[in-house]
Design a protein. Structure first.
Ligand code: 13P
Length: 268
């Protein structure tokens, strides 16, 4: 089986402006251009939709991906405020988040809608990143694994092997998002292994190839330990992705994982 290439994605959420975005992207290009051209990892940013063009212009040819934080499940038409997958294609978006807990909570997105968005993205050739995660209450009542695996299975059922291998899953425990509390590497690994097992129920062949990212207060300082876990294939990073130094450290941790998998080319 080919190794799963580490994936480190920043989620800017509703942050940034033209000037700050430029500073952030140029800072990262300066710190990490060499690492990105090596091709051992994949990395990119889910930017607010108005800045997709700015990101596309700035990041084209650099090895970094740019993507969106949400999309519509509809092709086009009278859907005020929504963004279609064709529009994402127009800006060469490499990926799109779906089902982030902030959207599940604030916009009452259901597993069914999330599944429909995911299928629309697959049809458009844009990599979906399915976000799942439990609340603190669910974790404390011992329901975390069930809740998370149910979210995964509900969104992905019916997909074919060749579709499943194109998407990534991001496990983001809600209690760890923006709180500074990270799941311990052992707890995160346990959940990732449970998710991979659930994916195996859907499709044994795809499960071993699918990337499962961890998200929730990922920082440079905790990324190496998280990314050293066998089933943690990278991270989905919120707050720390807005800081050049932090994100640079996270990209380096992803590269260390890539090296441990034999994906980093050694210069002779
Ligand atoms: P933080 O890294 O700020 O906790 O956010 C995680 C997240 O929600 C990424 O999608």
């Amino acid at each position: 089986m080919t190794a799963r290439k580490p994936l480190a994605l920043g989620n800017w959420k509703m942050n940034g402006d033209m000037v700050a975005n430029e500073q952030l992207m140029s800072g990262l290009l300066e710190s990490s251009a060499l690492l990105m051209t090596g091709g051992a990892i994949q990395a990119g940013f889910a930017v607010p939709a108005p800045y997709l063009f700015q990101a596309a212009v700035r990041l084209k040819g650099t090895g970094f991906l740019w993507g969106a934080q949400d999309c519509s499940d509809q092709a086009n038409g009278a859907y005020t405020g929504e963004i279609s997958t064709a529009m994402l294609q127009d800006f060469e978006a490499g990926f799109c988040l779906v089902g982030h807990s902030e959207r599940r909570a604030r916009h009452h997105e259901t597993d069914q809608q999330i599944g429909a968005k995911l299928k629309a993205l697959l049809a458009a050739g844009v990599m979906p990143v399915l976000c799942v995660g439990e609340s603190l209450e669910q974790r404390e009542s011992g329901l975390a694994v069930q809740v998370v695996c149910d979210q995964v299975l509900a969104a992905l059922k019916g997909l074919k092997t060749e579709e499943l291998v194109q998407l990534a899953v991001a496990y983001e425990p809600i209690w760890a998002i923006g709180t500074g509390k990270t799941a311990s590497a052992a707890d995160a690994q346990a959940m990732h292994a449970a998710i991979r097992q659930a994916l195996g129920q859907l499709d044994a062949k795809a499960a071993g190839q699918m990337r499962i990212l961890y998200g929730g207060s990922v920082k440079a300082a905790n990324s190496a330990e998280l990314f050293a876990q066998p089933d943690i294939d990278g991270g989905l990073v919120g707050g720390a992705s807005l800081d050049v130094k932090e994100m640079t450290g996270i990209l380096q941790a992803a590269n260390t994982r890539a090296a441990s998998l034999g994906l980093v080319q050694q210069n002779s």
